[in-house]
Design a protein around this ligand. Structure first.
Ligand code: BGC
Length: 755
């Protein structure tokens, strides 16, 4: 655990600058507007260790696979949202000394991300030989004019005289640190000094992936007469230089406005004109007016989604940071997009789509965005079914296999234990159809397009299981469960359970599907009979003595001992132990059996939940960010308050406190929903089975109050919980009966009920 930012309910702020924490700081101060995003790199540049990162949603490149030993079925490339041309550059020289915080003297450093507005600010006093200059930076990515980035820098001479040179750059000569073959992914097309644009295009590839073209346009606004101005360009780069002379006490503001357009929305030949049009729109308002529009839009988002926690500022800061970062990554306004595990904050995971979306993002977004947002996420997978059929075929199997990592539906992950084995995803992804239908009551998707997904994946599972004559049961061999600290195991309980669930749900829904859908999927009687047989005879390992489900056939053979037995200084184990030692150990990376109990919550008794929790939680190292929230929710359900709170903190402050010592790579975006789920489904106990919304609230002992709002079937409901009890208010919508701690209450518009 490492905390480099201060506790503050609405800011992520620090007054320290340490070179060794630069990358971590950059991850923590990343900003985005779900069109593009940036790591917290410095505008003026930085010669120390840093990870330059600019990412454009949906702009990606197929990086040719590089593996030691090729295995049949491996994908040909790993898709990544590549590091895009950088546009924040504003190099500064004061009296011939280059401003570089790795080298110059400075004091009064402050770096702050304001969570109300997604506004990043930074200030410090440069201390030169005979001069002191205070610099104040502001930057945001506009959420109502998504192509726009705005940067403002104010210099105030505190003592001495300053000749300041500014060099504003657009830089298409960028690389990915994780490029498989150390190549440039971008080709220059044009630099236009007059229009102040550069245009670049992703390299050609042999995989049929379309090339993307990106055009950047900059325009500087500054008061006062510059001493010199010059524009220069070289391949894929453009620089505009000017200088100013300031006496003691004088200040000078420069604003750099940038427009970024891509071939996702605008054809190559129209990009320059479009960028000029958008720039004119941006510059029809001042920086402050644009910021006011942007802030007002953020306010609307917060009005719906803020979770207010009184009495615990660390917990408060955690959840706000997570909601902010999630929305900066994905707000559901572009249905071609999805949510990458690191969003726009780093290179790891390549900005691609994982099962994380359906398992973690969907249940939260159902609660705080319009149902259309989740439907678009479902549609995204439907649109990619062709790729899923391709993946199954690659493995020599029938049906559709959704990928672990993808942009198109085609798998692009290339480790056999994940690509071929971590197939639980093929039930978790369709599980979102059930979630959506159950939460919204809207059956239109499952009756029609959802059926294509269910039947495609059911066919895969029916082929992937095999019948064990010895057990007289269907079994699934050679898998990796959610716990990636075991590979090639047999009968991972979670995988078997979810595969069975998927086939069962498909069989249940099939007769209710539209005629057209039934015709399309064309499931034969023979198939149905086989599926039913699998449902009735799937092997699900359990140990009756211990009263637990078996994570996999050999789990109990392991040297079972709690995480507390790991010697100090050896966690996270993935950074200290050999892979072999990890695989043989009993330690669980992330919720596995408990993930299944969480998904299919109403199928298990409290006793089953408790026995499994008590057995598996002490073995879990939570080295996946996706883990602690699931355990927190179950702990809350079991009345294990302290554990629930501990695991909530771990989820909510995972990046803020760098729990897994890996936030340098980027933030854990997809698990950020976990803190919302831990409060709403955990502490407040929200469930929504069988058209019945219910709550079972508790409040941590140290908190005074928490409150949140949810959208549920055209109603807007506010839930407030304090030490005296809970209150439910139906802010908008028709009357609704709700269960609170087992008691039915009727919510009426405009009324608050004490429960
Ligand atoms: C987890 C996976 C997850 C991936 C991306 C891995 O560390 O084990 O379950 O899908 O990260 O978040």
């Amino acid at each position: 655990m490492k905390r480099i930012f201060e506790i503050d309910p609405w800011r992520v702020v620090t007054h320290q600058f340490k070179e060794e924490d630069k990358r971590l700081q950059e991850s923590m101060t990343a900003i985005g507007n779900d069109y593009m995003g940036l790591r917290g790199n410095f505008e003026e540049g930085y010669s120390g260790d840093s990870l330059q990162g600019t990412y454009l949603a949906g702009v990606w490149f197929p990086d040719k696979t590089r593996v030691g030993w090729w295995k049949n079925g491996y994908p040909e490339y790993f898709g990544k949202s590549i590091n895009a041309p950088s546009f924040i550059g504003l190099e500064i020289t004061i009296n011939d000394e280059k401003l570089d915080l790795a080298k110059v003297n400075f004091s009064d450093f402050e770096l702050s991300l304001d969570m109300h507005q997604g506004l990043l600010t930074r200030s410090f006093i440069y201390e030169g030989k005979d001069v002191k200059v205070k610099f104040e930076f502001e930057r945001f990515l506009h959420i109502t004019l998504k192509e726009a980035a705005l940067i403002k820098v104010k210099a105030t001479v505190l003592s001495g005289e300053a000749h300041i040179e500014y060099k504003s750059t657009l830089d298409g000569k960028v690389v990915n640190e994780d490029s498989n073959y150390d190549e440039y992914f971008w080709l220059p097309i044009e630099e236009d000094q007059e229009a102040r644009t550069i245009q670049v295009k992703t390299k050609e590839n042999n995989f049929g992936v379309p090339q993307f073209t990106v055009l950047l346009k900059e325009s500087l606004r500054h008061e006062g007469q510059a001493v010199t101005t010059e524009v220069a360009s070289q391949e894929a780069k453009l620089a505009e230089t000017f200088a100013i002379h300031l006496a003691e006490g004088e200040s000078y503001e420069v604003e750099k406005d940038v427009i970024v357009v891509t071939s996702r929305d605008v054809a190559d030949e129209d990009q320059k004109a479009k960028a000029s049009e958008l720039m004119a729109q941006l510059q029809s308002k001042t920086f402050e007016e644009n910021l006011a529009d942007h802030t007002a839009a953020w306010q609307k988002r917060w009005d719906m989604s803020d979770v207010v926690i009184a009495g615990d500022e660390a917990a408060q800061q955690g959840i706000r940071f997570n909601i902010l970062q999630l929305f900066m990554t994905y707000y559901g306004e572009d249905e071609r997009l999805n949510v990458g595990p690191k969003g726009f904050t780093g290179e790891k995971y390549g900005g691609a789509t994982y099962w994380d979306t359906e398992a973690y993002i969907v249940p939260m977004y159902l609660g705080i965005t319009k149902p259309e947002v989740t439907k678009a996420l479902l549609q995204y997978r439907h649109d990619q079914l062709e790729g899923a059929y391709h993946n199954a075929k690659q493995q020599g199997l029938a049906g559709a296999l959704f990928p672990m990592v993808t942009f198109t539906g085609v798998e692009c992950h290339n480790e056999w234990e994940i690509t071929f084995e971590e197939i639980h995803r093929n039930a978790d992804i369709p599980f979102a159809i059930y979630q959506y239908t159950n939460y919204t009551g809207d059956e239109s998707y499952v009756k029609d397009e959802g059926m294509d997904v269910l039947v495609g994946t059911a066919r895969f599972w029916a082929d992937r299981v095999h019948f064990s004559k010895w057990r007289n049961k269907y079994v699934i061999h050679g898998v990796t469960g959610p716990n990636e600290y075991e590979n090639n195991v047999n009968n991972n309980w979670f995988t078997n359970t979810m595969a069975r669930w998927l086939i069962k749900y498909t069989l249940e829904r099939l007769p209710k599907a539209t005629e057209e859908a039934q015709k399309r999927v064309n499931v034969t009687e023979e198939e149905k009979a086989k599926w039913q047989d699998i449902v009735d005879n799937m092997y699900l390992g359990e140990d009756k003595n211990l009263g637990i489900f078996l994570q996999q056939d050999d789990f109990l053979d392991k040297d079972i001992r709690p995480v507390s037995s790991i010697p100090e200084g050896q966690r996270p184990i993935n950074q200290h132990w050999s892979w072999d030692k990890i695989l043989r150990s009993p330690f669980i990376k992330q919720a596995d059996v408990l993930q299944g109990i969480y998904f299919l919550n109403d199928e298990y008794t409290m006793e089953q939940k408790e026995k499994n929790f008590d057995f598996y939680e002490p073995l879990t190292v939570h080295e996946s960010s996706l883990s602690p929230c699931i355990h927190s929710i179950l702990a809350a359900e079991l009345g294990k308050k302290e554990k629930a709170v501990e695991l909530y903190q771990r989820t909510a402050r995972l990046d803020l406190d760098n729990y897994n010592n890996d936030t340098v790579d980027g933030l854990h975006i997809t698990s950020m929903s976990g803190s919302w789920l831990a409060i709403v489904q955990g502490f407040a106990g929200m469930r929504y089975n069988n058209d019945q919304l219910s709550f079972k609230p508790f409040i941590p002992d140290d908190w005074n109050k928490y409150s949140f709002k949810i959208n549920y079937r055209d109603r807007l409901i506010q839930v407030e919980v304090d030490q005296a009890g809970s209150k439910l208010t139906l802010i908008k919508g028709e009357n609704l009966p709700v269960l609170v701690s087992g008691k039915e209450v009727e919510l009426k518009e405009g009324e608050t009920i004490n429960a």
